[in-house]
Design a protein. Sequence first.
Length: 561
Amino acid sequence: MAETPKNRKRLPQEFPAIDPEADLEPDAPRPGPSGEKAERLRKAPRATDPTVARETDAPAFALPDMPRTVSLVTDSVITRPLAERMASARHDPIGVVIELRTDAGLPTEEVVAALLDLVHDVVGETDPAEESAWQVGNYVVAEMTAAQILELVNRDSRKGGRVVAGRQEQKTAPRSLINRIWPNFEVTATIHRSIITTKSDAAVRSFNATGEGIVWAVLDTGVDREHRHFLSGDHDTLGLPQTLGHRSFVAGTTHDDALRDANGHGTHVAGILAGWQDDPRRKVYAATWYRTGDGDTGVERVTLDRISGMAPRAKILSCKVLRDDRTGDLASLLGALEYIQELNRGGRELNVHGVNLSLGYPFDPSWFAAGQSPVCREVDRLVANGVCVVVSAGNTGYGAARDTAGREMRLSFGMTINDPGNASRAITVGSTSLKPHSTGVSYFSSKGPTGDGRLKPDLVAPGERVVSAGAGQLLERARATVKLEPGQRASQITYVEDSGTSMSAPHVSGVAAAFLSIHREFIGKPDEVKRILMESASDLGRERSFQGAGLVDAMRAIQSV
């Protein structure tokens, strides 16, 4: 029987969930803030940053006043986004991620034990069947009210350096246990022709750049184990060595659920990256969207001779971090990234060569410096240990605002790169159409620079109307609405179309996997891989903050070294 992830409380949804129906529309990626929402956000009061004196008996905290003036991003234990939630939800439980101090003067396991004891003391008795706090790498995840968070920080700051490790031996540490406390952010999910756009088909024919021997982790809604795209010929895309295992990090699921996909997003992403289907005895049918003469959207069935991922023979490691509605939380994502570290023994072995993150959450640069959130730092740490991490830029590059006369205007928004795309060492990918040289960057693709002025995205790749393996709700909706001729059956359709930077990232992941299968001397050197992909990209002649270095080009990358 599969092991069950830790039984923990499902955290309250802090960000509005994507409407699953709207998000499946290929021509309607999730937009930026609407005029009404933008106005509401503009008027929303901002919290000041509560700051803790770490080594002295500081005065107790209180919930801050809500001035409307601009304040600087300061070094605070309670981060700005958490302070804002505490001010608006004073009595409701808030999911938090507590970042440990790495210079507390004690081994990490003793700091964790002491902090867990402190959290349990503050929270008090809870349902014994559910944990009130648990460890995820160098973080402790918990659910606490605003008052409990303040009490936790005050107790930690008043310890005067005294730490009780494991409830037994008392030791002296020069600093408090807590570095910062973050919200447990809500995370959401952000081919037959796109393989030509990236020149991956030419790379396969010319160099046999198939991704053979490369393992890429897909952190998403799961991957459908039964889809024939992953079981072609003698190759099992999801078949892994015994040292590796598919895992689910979503509460209330088992690890077997990593190889199921009730939503379809993860299967679609994985199918762009790897796998193929070209059995001459079996036709491949896909559902694609089209516009009718009166502007409505229709779905039609198309026949494909074959379909392939960018690196068809690469192996996929599925980590389920998103629920069936495409939402998840920061703790699940951090847990999956830590799992990859464990599989690679912290960089001492390289069993997983890359990670694809077609997910994220909008980032507000007034919260803290871009790229310094827990997930961004964990991404950079994974890259430092030899793993290529490819992240979607986000679909928040377009929205609405009002002018001084109250008129709504549709705008393209800069500085909208989502976390973890703000991670400095990640390969952050924006979206283009299938004809990028003529139509350029997708209107919805999140734009740079980062909030602290760094150039992002790094690359662009096809993200509009991409056909890939279908599963779950995505496939069911296509089958329910497809226009069929007499004698045709909806059940024959196994591939579907979807859009968003979620589709762009696996194109680059696949190109990177194909590159590594040919130039194996670059395995374990993700910064070099990023440099090569950027230097060999095709310039689209667009703004750098829109296109990054340009369109990823598999052939030029392989030939450039």
